[in-house]
Design a protein around this ligand. Structure first.
Ligand code: NAG
Ligand code: NAG
Ligand code: NAG
Ligand code: NAG
Ligand code: NAG
Length: 434
């Protein structure tokens, strides 16, 4: 969903705002049919299509939700997906469904996706009982899907030696053949999407091409934030290095150590770049998309008058303004969601503290030290990150390849164009790593 990266929701609206500001372009210039007149909800309805092509959702039910939700009404979005999730769970539990193993896998994976969508907007109230409830449901459903795979995916918990947390990961082997070492894709999300989303978007296409895959989450990300109550940390090598250790120690018989690619999705574009700058055992890096400075997404979304209060150092006033903005009936879904998600993921009640933390997520200081091949993506309609991929590419230099996804593939993280995304990525990996 969401931004999964950060941005699931932000970028789209930002794009619209940016285009309007740039003069002339409007929602009519969007490259596809809009699923909601609320651009953030359009994005959040579009993102599950990327999962649908990889066994994580069905199309009709999402279009049904799109018809029934009220644009801009967060509660109706939550209710409609929660209802769909419950109905899909009931289908998964129907004894007739279990005659076919693929039925079981697909139905549970879809139910899991719909529970995650139901959880999309409820982070505004940390005490909402649906916050843990929908997550327990998505986890349980996903685990039943994992168990139904031909080679079942395995949940692994990896203690971080240099941090006060445990990395939550899911490992997917390309083959049961222990004689063959396969290339391995390590996938990390960003601001809001879950590793369960990444399985469909990245690991399904990886497994189909003979790659192993592992997804992981650290502080601030959905399961770690909920289960360990820890907000984001910028030193992402503390999260990634234990994952690489795990692969080399536990999976050395089937992991080709010369073909270890790290992918960062959305705000993961910062996180993965940071980790890669400190982790010498990687062979390639993919930034989907290139991120130069995460805090710019917040500064770009808030009214200029409010940003000026922050810049003046009036943090008490700033906090009051932002909190009242969030409660205002006029606030866009994008801004309300972005503030809510930010406070929750950085684990703070103070918007100024959140922004001060967000300002640490900048690649400038370390990006030029990365000396493995880097694939840097960017999206034509991702206004929030506009220009950031180019800065990242220039700073890395010769090792970087910039790829701009255009038209219907040009939304943030290329949602709903998963086939094109996978095609381009894996062609680059093959060309680069052989
Ligand atoms: C979904 O099921 C849960 C558990 O039975 C229930 O608490 C919740 O109200 C249901 N949600 C909807 C929208 O029907
Ligand atoms: C680690 O986390 C525990 C539980 O949240 C906390 O009590 C402890 O102070 C933390 N230690 C460090 C070094 O952060
Ligand atoms: C998270 O915590 C819940 C409740 O304690 C538990 O049921 C669940 O298994 C945990 N999830 C993971 C992935 O550890
Ligand atoms: C900071 O806040 C105080 C009190 O609200 C106000 O008087 C002052 O003008 C503000 N300063 C700036 C630079 O905005
Ligand atoms: C919402 O916008 C309308 C029209 O601009 C304005 O009259 C109203 O005061 C605003 N409401 C709030 C709570 O800001």
């Amino acid at each position: 969903m969401k931004f999964s990266t950060f941005a699931y929701a932000w970028p789209l609206t930002a794009t619209v705002l940016h285009c309007l500001a740039a003069g002339g372009k409007s929602i009519q210039n969007q490259p596809m049919l809009q699923l909601s007149s609320d651009p953030t909800m359009h994005f959040d309805l579009l993102s599950p299509f990327s999962l649908a092509i990889a066994g994580g959702a069905d199309i009709g039910p999402i279009l049904g939700v799109a018809k029934d939700i009220e644009a801009g009404d967060i509660e109706s979005f939550t209710q409609q997906f929660y209802k769909l999730a419950n109905e899909t769970k009931a289908q998964a539990e129907d004894p007739d469904n279990s005659y076919d193993a693929i039925n079981v896998r697909d139905t549970w994976f879809s139910a899991s996706t719909y529970y995650r969508k139901a959880a999309n907007y409820i982070i505004g109230n940390w005490d909402d009982p649906r916050l843990p409830q929908t997550w327990a449901e998505q986890t349980a459903a996903f685990d039943k899907g994992l168990a139904g795979m031909t080679i079942p995916g395995e949940r692994v918990r990896i203690p971080a030696a240099k941090g006060n947390f445990t990395v939550e990961a899911v490992w997917y082997a390309a083959s049961e053949n222990k004689q063959v070492k396969a290339p391995t894709l390590i996938v990390g999300n960003g601001f809001d999407a879950a590793q369960e989303d990444s399985f469909h978007v990245y690991c399904v296409p990886a497994l189909a091409r003979g790659w192993n895959c592992i997804t992981y989450e650290g502080p601030g990300q959905p399961t770690v934030r909920r289960n360990q109550s820890i907000g984001f940390i910028p030193e992402w090598e503390l999260v990634l290095t234990p994952v690489v250790d795990y692969l080399l120690q536990e999976k050395s018989d089937i992991v080709d150590v010369n073909k270890l690619a790290l992918l960062g999705n959305s705000m993961g574009g910062y996180l993965a770049a940071r980790a890669a700058a400190f982790e010498p055992r990687l062979s390639a890096l993919l930034l989907i998309d290139g991120m130069w400075d995460f805090s710019l997404l917040f500064f770009g979304g808030l009214p200029k008058s409010v940003v000026a209060i922050f810049n003046a150092g009036n943090y008490t006033d700033f906090d009051r303004e932002v909190i009242s903005l969030r409660k205002s009936e006029n606030v866009t879904t994008e801004i309300a969601w972005g503030i809510n998600q930010g406070l929750w993921a950085f684990k703070t009640r103070s918007p100024s503290d959140m922004l001060k933390q967000a300002q640490k997520y900048r690649v400038k200081e370390f990006i030029s030290t990365i000396d493995i091949p880097v694939f840097v993506a960017e999206g034509e309609f991702d206004g929030w990150l506009e220009g950031q991929a180019q800065l990242v590419t220039d700073a890395i230099g010769d090792k970087a390849t910039l790829h701009k996804f255009t038209g219907v593939a040009g939304y943030h993280c290329h949602v709903s164009a998963g086939q094109e995304l996978a095609r381009v990525m894996f062609a680059w990996l093959k060309k680069t790593l052989g």
